[in-house]
Ligand binder design. Sequence first.
Ligand SMILES: Cc1ncc(COP(=O)(O)O)c(C=O)c1O
Length: 346
Amino acid sequence: MDLTRAALDFRSDTVTRPTPGMRQAMAEAEVGDDVFGEDPSVRRLEERVAALFGREGALLVPSGTMANLLGIGLHCGRGDELVLERRTHSYSHEVGGAAALLGLSFHPLDSPDGLLSVPMVSRAIRPLDVHEPRTRLLVLENTANLCGGRVLPLPRLRELRAFTRERGLKLHLDGARIWNASIASGVPLSAWAAEVDSLCCCLSKGLGCPVGSLLVGDRADLERARVLRKMLGGGLRQAGVLAACGLWALDHHVERLAEDHATARALGEGLARVLDDRFRVQPPETNILLVHADTPETTRRAVELWNRLGVLCFSLGETSIRLVTHLDLPPGAAGEAVRRIAARPA
Ligand SMILES: Cc1ncc(COP(=O)(O)O)c(C=O)c1O
């Protein structure tokens, strides 16, 4: 491949296409009807993911959005309220599903670094009063996508967990990119999972699968989630072809996330060198790089120019640009992107 002519797609880690190994695994997958509980590949994937997280069970669902909706639905009912940071995916990018479909209200909090603390959550809890919705759930995200792939520190999660227990709240973790968090920090998946009532993890982000997320938690909760999944139209039949991709990815695409993190770091360091002082590069913790700009106009012009240069990316809000690394980028993508951007200042 001629790197100088390649489109470098930094828009998202969801743009990856299944690798040849994954396609082979799909072709060879043993399958059955998963709504009848008869798909051996799905069972294998669910058991493996449950074991990885040290929890009783896991449930394969079509998307992270559905895994979060089911997780939230396990812990809250109509008229209840859940607390989360404003940039949390469940609030900002899931079409308000928990409100629209489950009848909940959101209580979004603003935190400069995207991390919630015990005092912040404490202030958000409603008093028991006939006029107020009942605060039932805290939703956290790891890594925090819109905050630049930030890792949720385990000690912070433990503090929040102790607090939610004390106050009778449940805790759901959106771990769409928890694999990245684990590789970047060295914290095992099970350590995070031990501190939550439920969590969502995605196969279709950095792990490179075409479809699939899992809800992880206790067996009794997952039985209820299975019913809600069916109600939402998420009952899957011969889903073993998808589970086979997931099993392949767990074997081949987890450790390599360190390469995506190194690419994001190289891209960040290169851009910090060549961009002028209208821009500030936020050093990435994982595979998501944010470049902050001084004005909406600078942001708009940079995104337009970089996309024209074949460095594909999105703006995030009015003054940030997001670039995401993943397994479909060609080797040398970071250096090539920096070269193109340096050659044509915005
Ligand atoms: C943090 C986070 N959670 C959940 C999701 C939703 O996943 P899906 O697109 O599979 O619904 C995304 C999607 O990008 C995400 O970034």
